[in-house]
Design a protein around this ligand. Structure first.
Ligand code: ASP
Length: 353
């Protein structure tokens, strides 16, 4: 045990941050966690106690599965009282999915859970890994005057910006500024000092942390595009699923072909929950605003409002295991559970988990 007042748990899952070049295959592969820590000795200068752990085999985040989200969430629950903050090192490719999933799974969070990674591996001279990791730990350590955590949320920190985890989207494979949050302000910006945007940060709840029961993978996604054929839609809709996301144009619009509307109605008749999320990364769905979404509104299709695709998908995966009827499901899905959408009634007011 250390006598440092603040205790942080650093969990390593993989990603570019800890990768090295495999000369044989000429591609980046995940490397040992110890290597990563040796490359950032400054970690030891931070005024906190850090414990570390990693997946047995670190992975490229393209291989992340819902089992990993559950394992991370359970680990945080299990060690919740021992630590003041949690930092997760994760590949950037699916970081927004993991952050969104954890935000739903960890209900009533009072402590920071911050994901970060890097665009260049830690061993590369120009790597962004050092700054990303050190500032993330500092943010996880930050306290308010009353001693409570400054950011009691699941967040993503990348290139001087802290975002709400269920509001971010990976925008670039090239820029160090890999992420953005189009529909919600940054929670903090790091310069010489770290400036927290307190008005946008959630307040810690009074209730105790509660872990979501499960994550369902019985979901499907249909991205509409000009020229989409009936055969293709039929093939997608014949897959087994309990929830379907339609990635629509603009404010929730889809082609007005009667066969498409009928196919969606048939899916709904089977008891499948259908959600409309926009392909646009800024703004959101406003069902009925245009004629091309009126039919969906009349049919009772669920709106993802201004959620990111990542939040819309993981919210569907999180809510399915509760087994709600269609109307309740729609009500809960369209409500604000973890700050993931704008202007909606808080899920808490509905008494939802
Ligand atoms: N492919 C990597 C991953 O997501 C990319 C990164 O870490 O930035 O694991």
């Amino acid at each position: 045990m250390s006598d440092h007042p603040v205790r942080i748990l650093l969990l390593y899952t993989g990603g570019t941050i800890g990768m090295v070049m495999d000369m044989e295959n000429e591609s980046l592969i995940p490397f040992d966690f110890q290597y990563l820590l040796e490359k950032i000795p400054e970690i030891r200068q931070l005024d906190c106690h850090i414990d570390t752990d990693s997946l047995d085999r670190p992975i490229d985040s393209s291989n992340i599965k819902p089992e990993h989200w559950l394992r991370l969430a359970r680990r945080i629950e299990q060690d919740y009282t021992q630590y003041d903050g949690f930092v997760i090192l994760h590949g950037s490719d699916t970081m927004a999915y993991t952050a969104s999933a954890l935000s739903f799974l960890l209900k009533n969070l009072h402590k920071p859970v911050i994901l970060t990674g890097s665009q260049l591996p830690i061993g590369v001279a120009r790597s962004d890994a050092r700054e990303n990791l050190l500032t993330t730990i500092e943010i996880a350590m930050a306290r308010r005057k009353d001693g409570l955590a400054m950011v009691p949320e699941v967040c993503v920190y990348f290139e001087y910006d802290l975002f709400r985890g269920n509001r971010v989207h990976k925008m670039s494979t090239e820029d160090f500024e890999a992420f953005n949050s189009m529909n919600y302000p940054k929670l903090a910006e790091a310069g010489v000092n770290i400036k927290f945007n307190n008005n946008y940060i959630l307040n810690p709840p009074k209730e105790a942390l509660k872990l979501g029961p499960a994550i369902s993978t019985e979901v499907g996604v249909l991205t509409v595009f000009p020229g989409i054929t009936q055969e293709f839609v039929k093939a997608v809709f014949s897959a087994p699923m309990k929830g379907l996301i339609i990635r629509s144009f603009g404010a929730g619009n889809i082609p007005m072909d009667p066969w498409l509307i009928e196919a969606i109605q048939e899916v709904m008749n089977k008891g499948i929950y259908v959600v409309d999320v926009s392909q646009c990364v800024g703004g959101g769905v406003a069902l009925g605003k245009y004629e091309a979404s009126k039919a969906l509104k009349h049919m009772g299709v669920i709106s993802a409002v201004d959620m990111t695709f990542e939040a819309a998908l993981t919210k569907l995966m999180y809510l399915l295991p509760f087994g709600f009827g269609y109307d309740d499901f729609k009500k809960y899905y369209e409500s604000d559970l973890r700050g993931e959408l704008t202007g909606a009634q808080a899920g808490k007011a509905l008494g939802l988990a």
